[in-house]
Design a protein around this ligand. Structure first.
Ligand SMILES: [Fe+2]
Ligand SMILES: [Fe+2]
Length: 483
């Protein structure tokens, strides 16, 4: 078992490393769910290209040294499988009231509802992003980018399978019902929307896609990290393997934005433009001006902050106490992992002023995870700003203040500028499009979204990548569209 778990059994209809062929009941439940999933994929998955051959990676092992194989695959033939990271021997619960006790291999009865809810919320985000991105194939700036989009999409599909496996194996009938519901909700649907706000927003263009994979998939990373600490071992192992795939999604976002910024700077330089805020002049070159990139960034970052929930939350405290959801890098933190007497600083609105308040660390766990997220986000900004300064421009992309453009938590009822200055509604309404994209900004970006499908060719608003996928050369045919 311990040896085999590294490699994936592809002999069953559903590839897996959890010995499904010996687990008849769960195999039957998953096989029963499979047709609904395929229907969902054909209705809500990428529009078009279903018969194209796409150069995709498929997980064939969970060995971190080599877990993926690259080959041409038609997306509906992708082998969506159930893959868990290897079980750690004698793993103990690393935090909360059960600190030091053996990790659970079955769901503890008292935490069943809480666990199911967390798994459903995570599961709901996976198909949601596929739905949000389904139209983008039509306007891909290159075959390379088209392939990356589809790679992200099939893997989000696999992440849905990962959560459905947990529901069907460990939660009996209500788990199966939740699994069906995950296929029923639709991103942006008025009657039956996805569970979280950012997953009901449109992803209208490729800059949004890159921002989404950079900022929103990174929220996913933080959530998966905290669930990977879970005392419920199957959840921990599932999330650990998902994180290896997730890294590529954020890579797509980070390098995508880098390439857009790069191209804009090159075009401005070539045209002798010295002021990067001269939007009209820059747009006339057919590239996306830096102020518009900043607005998109403001939008996606603030939507993603909302995904962390309220800064002060008893749910978060309960999940931690229960040993269900830990902190980012919990096992590396040097403290008692119980947080009984600790405090954590939280930005709150006190008498109309943004103020730091020390809160019990237990109830401030969402805030802490969000702070970790913000630190993680900064890395990309350093890279993008390096591109801008190397090109000789003084412009700097920045993360907006956490009070800016929020729909959840302490600042949901106020307005603030990206610098964190509180303003009234009238000022917000008058000035909001200095900070978040306007319809005209969206229309301009949309006007650039013309598909480029020639081998090795790229749309004029984005630079080619430095290296190809799996070290393929620049003229590699990542998607064979005519098949
Ligand atoms: Fe995912
Ligand atoms: Fe992702």
């Amino acid at each position: 078992m311990n040896v085999n778990i590294m490699n994936v059994d592809y002999s069953t209809k559903i590839p897996n490393n959890v010995n499904l062929s010996a687990d008849r009941q769960v195999l039957k439940a998953l096989e029963g769910w499979h047709p609904g999933y395929m229907n969902w994929w054909s209705d809500m998955g990428p529009e078009g290209f279903q018969q194209s051959l796409v150069y995709l990676r498929t997980a064939y092992s969970v060995d971190p040294r080599g877990w993926a194989k690259f080959d041409y695959v038609r997306m509906p033939d992708y082998r969506w499988g159930i893959l868990l990271a290897p079980q750690e021997e004698n793993r103990v619960i690393p935090f909360g009231e059960h600190y030091g006790e053996p990790a659970w291999q079955e769901v503890p009865g008292e935490y069943r509802a809480m666990l199911r809810r967390l798994i459903v919320i995570q599961g709901d985000t996976e198909p949601a992003s596929v739905e949000q991105q389904r139209h983008l194939g039509k306007t891909a700036p290159s075959l390379y980018d088209l392939r990356n989009l589809f790679q992200v999409n099939v893997e989000e599909g696999r992440h849905l399978w990962a959560m459905v496996y947990l529901l069907q194996k460990y939660f009996g009938r209500d788990g199966r019902e939740e699994a069906d519901e995950l296929l029923r909700r639709r991103s942006g649907d008025a009657d039956s929307p996805r569970m979280l706000g950012a997953f009901n927003e449109a992803t209208p263009d490729w800059l949004s896609f890159f921002m989404f994979t950079y900022f929103t998939d990174r929220d996913g990373k933080m959530q998966l990290h905290s669930l990977a600490q879970s005392g419920f071992d199957p959840l921990s192992r599932t999330c650990r393997f998902m994180l290896t795939e997730e890294a590529h999604h954020m890579f797509v976002g980070e390098t995508g934005i880098t390439r857009v910024v790069q191209r804009t700077c090159e075009a401005m330089k070539a045209a002798g433009i010295t002021d990067p805020t001269d939007v009209a002049k820059v747009r006339a070159l057919g590239v996306i001006d830096l102020p518009t990139i900043q607005k998109k960034l403001n939008l996606h970052y603030s939507l993603s902050l909302d995904l962390f929930g309220s800064e002060v939350s008893t749910n978060a405290a309960n999940a931690f106490n229960a040993g269900i959801k830990g902190r980012y890098h919990e096992t590396q933190i040097k403290d008692d992992h119980r947080l009984r007497n600790d405090t954590y600083p939280v930005l709150k609105l006190v008498d109309g002023k943004i103020t730091r308040v020390d809160e019990p660390a237990l109830t401030a766990l969402n805030m802490r995870l969000r702070d970790d997220y913000t630190q993680d986000c900064v890395k990309g900004l350093l890279r993008w700003n390096k591109v801008i300064s190397t090109a000789g421009y003084a412009y700097k992309l920045t993360l907006p203040h956490v009070a800016f453009h929020r729909a959840i938590g302490e600042f949901k009822d106020i307005h603030a500028t990206p610098d964190g200055v509180l303003i009234d509604s009238a000022t917000w309404n008058k000035r909001r499009h200095e900070w978040v994209p306007s319809t005209e900004d969206g229309d301009f970006i949309a006007s650039l979204m013309k598909p480029v499908t020639g081998i090795g060719e790229f749309a004029p608003w984005i630079s080619p990548p430095k290296v190809g996928i799996n070290n393929k050369p620049g003229d590699f045919e990542y998607v064979k569209i005519e098949t």
